[in-house]
Design a protein around this ligand. Structure first.
Ligand SMILES: Nc1nc2c(ncn2[C@@H]2O[C@H](COP(=O)(O)OP(=O)(O)OP(=O)(O)O)[C@@H](O)[C@H]2O)c(=O)[nH]1
Ligand SMILES: [Mg+2]
Length: 311
């Protein structure tokens, strides 16, 4: 009996904001890498995670949701998603079944203008496509096939469609099998136990940003950037301690007041939750010091964007 060849390559997770791309990445990795929230436009950068099995390895690239962008920051986010499609072997289009099935129930075309924007980005990439119908736990199952049929009509070269619930982990193995089938024969690019190339510094900044998304409302999370100014590991081996100093950059004094909260209560909440999660990520104690700074209109300036990782 001959063993099947090893396969290895890249797959991009593409879709509208809030479809569950980051949740699926975490479900596949079996641990949290990408931050998630119930608010759209949570992911801002390309987040790559590595999954290795006996006969294949895939680098999964989570991307910001594709949307109609108005600010510099949003345009940079959409560019990050669009450009990710050109560097991969496979595209996984995640659709939120709640919004797609609702359109069927209302007798509207399944794909809205926003979905069409996603379809066009995928079409231009000319990459093999897997459609993933996510949030299956929230929709009546008879609505699944009509949605998949509509996607197949729009994208006739689609290779596979998989209904899943990323949140519950249902169907995740089926997605992996479909991805594997489309990867090139190639030796592994990373060691078996590799999980990501992202720095701990970046991941801690993301954890803080996630807590801001969870605890604040309206425009506040969108106006926040987290900038780790010092990541001090000098006591990591001796005392099992990493000291992180980070700025939360907001755009207006009123937002600063919200992020700090009455008597500093909100900042304390954000800081405590972010510290606990950073400790489990780094596997040691973390001292996390957060400072809130105002930088007017950072999300509209080139300098501000550089700070959050966009050139
Ligand atoms: N019920 C249910 N909720 C889900 C499922 N997958 C994701 N969610 C929820 O949907 C919301 C958005 O999930 P994310 O993973 O942050 O979505 P995303 O596509 O990465 O969003 P952006 O980063 O904003 O583009 C979160 O509240 C998730 O918990 C699912 O299968 N079922
Ligand atoms: Mg995301």
């Amino acid at each position: 009996m001959t063993t099947p060849p090893f396969r290895c390559g890249y797959a991009a997770l593409i879709g509208r904001p809030n479809a569950g791309k980051s949740t699926l990445l975490n479900a596949i990795l079996g641990q949290k890498l990408a931050i998630t929230s119930d608010k759209p436009q949570t992911t801002r950068n390309r987040i790559a995670g590595i999954h290795t099995a006996d006969d294949f390895q895939v680098v999964l690239v989570d991307t910001p949701g594709i949307h109609e962008a108005r600010t510099e920051l949003n345009r940079a986010m959409v560019r990050a998603a669009t450009s990710a499609t050109s560097d991969v072997d496979v595209i996984v289009w995640l659709g939120d079944m709640v919004t797609l099935a609702n359109r069927i129930e209302r007798g509207e075309p399944v794909l809205s203008r926003e979905d069409e924007n996603v379809a066009q980005v995928i079409e231009r990439s000319e990459k093999p496509l897997i459609f993933v119908a996510n949030k299956l736990d929230l929709v009546p199952h008879p609505l699944v096939l009509p949605v998949i049929d509509a996607i197949r009509t729009r994208m006739p070269t689609m290779k596979a469609a998989v209904p899943i619930s990323a949140l519950k982990g249902d169907g995740v193995t089926a997605v992996l099998n479909e991805i594997k089938a489309l990867l090139p024969e190639h030796p592994a690019l990373y060691p078996k136990d590799a999980f990501t190339e992202l720095s701990e510094r970046f991941l801690v900044a993301e954890i803080v940003r996630e807590k801001i998304f969870h605890f604040t409302e309206q425009e506040v999370p969108y106006s926040c950037a987290v900038d780790v100014v010092k990541f001090d590991e000098s006591e990591r081996t001796s005392r099992g301690l990493v000291k992180v100093f980070a700025d939360i950059v907001v755009e207006r004094p009123s937002q600063k007041a919200i992020v700090i909260g009455k008597g500093g209560e909100m900042l304390k909440r954000i800081g405590t939750q972010a510290r606990l999660e950073s400790e489990s990520l780094l596997g040691c104690k973390v001292h996390l010091a957060l400072f809130v700074k105002v930088e007017a209109q950072w999300s509209r300036s080139q300098n501000g964007l550089k700070r959050v990782g966009f050139q």
